[in-house]
Design a protein. Structure first.
Length: 255
């Protein structure tokens, strides 16, 4: 369970946040037709990858370091869970892993670590050269890892092929178009930029992390085909972030 899960599931916390939202008055044609059409069924992946891509891009502009924090936590948790399974093998039932199995798992885990390190190295080079296409490709890799962390290690959420897919070229091209649109329409405020900030009080809602916070303003991007349909949920999420930040003793001025 997380802040967004509370909102989607309409738990008591979610209902409170949803009821706290006053929808703005919109022009009948506002937020209706998507400017870029996604032809596949990977909306969630594209949305998460775009978050990574924007943070990479911001890092290239301000000279900061990009850290794929959630992806790193996901991989660390996965490797930890596999190690624990081997260590506990035979304690609560028949032994399942032979030495050959253990050796295979060790080799597979090392391969995942190596792929992750290579992804990070490629992103570092792309940031220095402002290579948005490579950033987009690697943002897809990191995005596929996110689910394992956000589901709390649900086995079915792990994807052994997280590093690359046949559809990556198509999805990366879509991400580059989204990035171009974002670059043309968004100006980052001056000031200290916090990438993917978490909240000390996030445990109260099962976890929460925003896109960026700058100068007391929280900024969150959504990549959706029909933003009007879920607008209340998106605004409730922002209210949740603001409340958590306030509980942390760092009131936000703008959402």
């Amino acid at each position: 369970m997380s802040l967004t899960s509370n909102i989607k599931g309409k738990t008591p916390i979610g209902e409170f946040l949803l009821n706290s939202v006053k929808l703005p008055e919109l022009h009948p044609n506002a937020l209706r037709n998507p400017k870029i059409i996604h032809d596949g069924k990977r909306w969630s992946l594209i949305g998460t990858a775009f978050d990574y891509l924007v943070r990479m891009s911001l890092s290239s502009f301000d000279g900061g370091n990009f850290e794929p924090n959630i992806a790193q936590k996901a991989l660390s948790n996965y490797l930890r869970d596999r190690k624990t399974a081997v260590e506990n093998d035979g304690i609560f039932g028949p032994q399942k892993f032979s030495q050959e199995d253990i050796d295979d798992r060790t080799r597979e885990d090392e391969q995942h670590q190596d792929k992750f390190s290579k992804c990070c190295a490629e992103v570092d080079r792309a940031l220095k050269g402002n290579d948005v296409s490579t950033m987009a490709m690697k943002s897809l890799s990191f995005a596929r890892l996110d689910d394992y962390y956000r589901t709390g290690g649900w086995p079915e959420s792990w994807d052994d092929e997280w590093a690359s897919k046949e559809t990556d070229q198509i999805d990366a091209e879509e991400l580059v178009k989204l990035h171009e649109m974002w670059s043309e329409s968004f100006i980052t405020p001056d000031g200290e930029l916090l990438h993917n900030p978490g909240f000390y009080s996030a445990h109260l809602v099962g976890g929460a992390d925003a896109d960026i916070i700058v100068n007391g303003a929280i900024i969150d991007w959504k990549v959706v085909n029909n933003p009007r349909r879920e607008l209340r949920k998106y605004l409730a999420q922002m209210v949740g972030y603001a409340l958590l930040s306030n509980l942390d003793g760092v009131p936000l001025e703008t959402c």
